[in-house]
Design a protein. Structure first.
Length: 57
């Protein structure tokens, strides 16, 4: 698996989890966007670290 696909997967999972967080307390649309972006950035960071650890980068 290439490093790019690990990073993209991290972004997908992170943004999905980030968008689910406001759902728990009934947030509005702007909170979904903000938390989705935060989760996406966190997922990119985790994906980059995983790709670097496995030697894919």
């Amino acid at each position: 698996m290439s490093g790019k696909s690990v990073i993209w997967g991290g972004m997908l999972v992170g943004s999905t989890i980030g968008q689910f967080i406001p759902y728990l307390w009934g947030g509005d649309l702007i909170e979904y966007a903000i938390w989705g972006a935060i989760g996406g950035f966190a997922g990119i960071w985790v994906g980059f670290k995983l790709a670097k650890m496995t030697g894919a980068l």
